[in-house]
Design a protein around this ligand. Structure first.
Ligand code: FAD
Length: 404
């Protein structure tokens, strides 16, 4: 492949794409455009070890396994794409030409309608700057409210309890993480949060916000009021695709790609990481996004491969998605796609001991697994999913509700 590669996005997928291009011998010019001022860094600690003080900011950087020789354009925002002339428009007014393009702009936090976004006591968490703003607020705070009981909301609540702070967690669902874990496992994790003293307000939502000198008041639909000195809004994410609005690409829930990471309707362009939606043919033909750290690594590499190999020779990207979370000392793991399972079966351990593995079955196939505190067994399940084997004899156990 000859010409210049432009990578838009300055996160993990972007970094691994650049690195893979170099490892495969690409000697051309690579430009990486990222709107954060910082070189790519590790986000998961922002809600966990950095927040609890068990990790330092200087440890967030990534190692690379070759000399990247990348022209890093940090603090630069892409605002448009001219697909015909193959140019990326920057907010500064500059145009960057490319012969090959990698789209890796990730996601941004979803805004919550009605939340006083301009009040500095109400924050969201995606970037290191967000982390600093939140951590500064926490210094003077006694009471913290977290709106949203997804992974980030739950992790932050857990970290703040480790700092002995008073935390109220509000979610519209009756159970934490039900969509990701299913009803029973969600209930189990809800219980863990309750035990360590997180004030849970579930099955309700914020009806009215008011701000004053003494803090932020959240009036809930159940009639109660939560008062807080700091509020974290963590109600999901939306793909960062605004800059692609005019270029004709399908950006409905992310950048639509074919099975080889090539962007549908765009020449010489691939997408990777949280922003990309593609059919992982290992699990069917539906195009989906995967917002997992490990996927950002593997997807960045696969997209680089596809760019080098070209659309007609590239191989389908068919990973086994893997995810972990850490909450109150419980390691929650997911492999494969338990969300597409029609049933979940406990195959190892016991729910009460909080050490177990549950396999997600669809027809006669294991399509995913969820586990608490069972990293080795989860690796074994990943191997079984990889081999696409029929259900092994061990998959006979208590039946549970599958995630949705
Ligand atoms: P990002 O890391 O989002 O990088 C995209 C970059 O592009 C960002 O710097 C963004 O600012 C930039 N950008 C966006 N738009 C533009 C533009 N127009 N112009 C220029 N630059 C732009 N995953 C797990 O598997 N386990 C975990 O425990 C876990 N914990 C997490 C905790 C937190 C607090 C967060 C925020 C995420 C967590 N994740 C976790 C998710 C994981 O970090 C992401 O899946 C991963 O970072 C995705 O990488 P990416 O490169 O696709 O996107």
């Amino acid at each position: 492949m000859s010409g210049d590669v432009v990578i838009v996005g300055g996160g993990l997928a972007a970094l691994r794409a650049a690195e893979w291009l170099r490892l495969r011998g690409f000697a051309g010019f690579i430009t990486m455009i990222g709107d954060e001022a910082t070189a790519p860094y590790n986000r998961p600690p922002l809600s966990k070890r950095l927040l609890t003080g068990k990790m330092r900011e200087s440890e967030l950087g990534f190692q690379t396994f070759t000399r990247l020789a990348v022209n890093m354009r940090l603090g630069q925002r892409a605002v448009g794409l001219d697909a015909t002339r193959q140019r990326v428009h920057l907010a500064s007014g500059e145009d960057i030409p490319y012969s090959h393009l990698v789209i890796a702009t990730g996601v941004k936090p979803r805004q919550l309608p009605g939340a006083p976004a301009c009040d500095e006591r109400v924050v969201m968490l995606r970037t290191l700057d967000d982390f600093h703003a939140f951590n500064r607020l926490l210094r003077g705070a006694r009471r913290v409210a977290v709106v949203g009981g997804g992974f980030i909301g739950c992790e932050v609540a857990a970290s703040l309890r480790q700092r002995s702070m008073s935390v109220t967690l509000i979610d519209v669902a009756p159970v934490l993480l039900q969509r990701a874990l299913g009803r029973q496992l969600g209930e189990l994790l809800t219980e863990v949060h309750r035990e360590v003293g997180v004030d849970l307000r579930l099955g309700t939502s914020v009806e009215r916000w008011s701000t004053g000198v003494s803090g932020v008041s959240l009036e809930l639909a159940d009639g109660s009021t939560v008062r807080a000195d700091a509020v974290l809004v963590a109600v999901g994410t939306v793909p960062a695709v605004d800059w692609l609005a005019e270029c004709g690409v399908d950006t409905t829930d992310g950048v639509l790609c074919d099975e080889t990471c090539h962007v549908v309707g765009l020449d010489n362009a691939v997408a990777a990481g949280d922003v990309a939606r593609w059919p992982n043919t290992r699990f069917g033909s539906e195009a989906r996004r995967v917002e997992h750290w490990i996927n950002a690594v593997e997807h960045g590499q696969a997209a680089a491969d596809s760019l080098l190999d070209g659309r007609t020779s590239a191989r389908p990207y068919t990973p086994i998605p893997r995810f972990w979370s850490e909450q109150h000392g419980v390691r929650v793991q997911s492999v494969g796609m338990p969300g597409i399972a029609d049933r979940l079966v406990l195959v190892e351990g016991q729910l009460e001991s909080r050490t177990f593995v549950a396999a997600g079955l669809r027809g006669d196939r294991i399509v995913g697994a969820l586990g608490f505190n069972s990293p080795r067994s989860m690796l074994r399940l990943a191997d079984i999913i990889d081999a696409s084997n029929p259900i092994p004899a061990t998959v006979a156990g208590t039946r549970m509700t599958a995630p949705r």
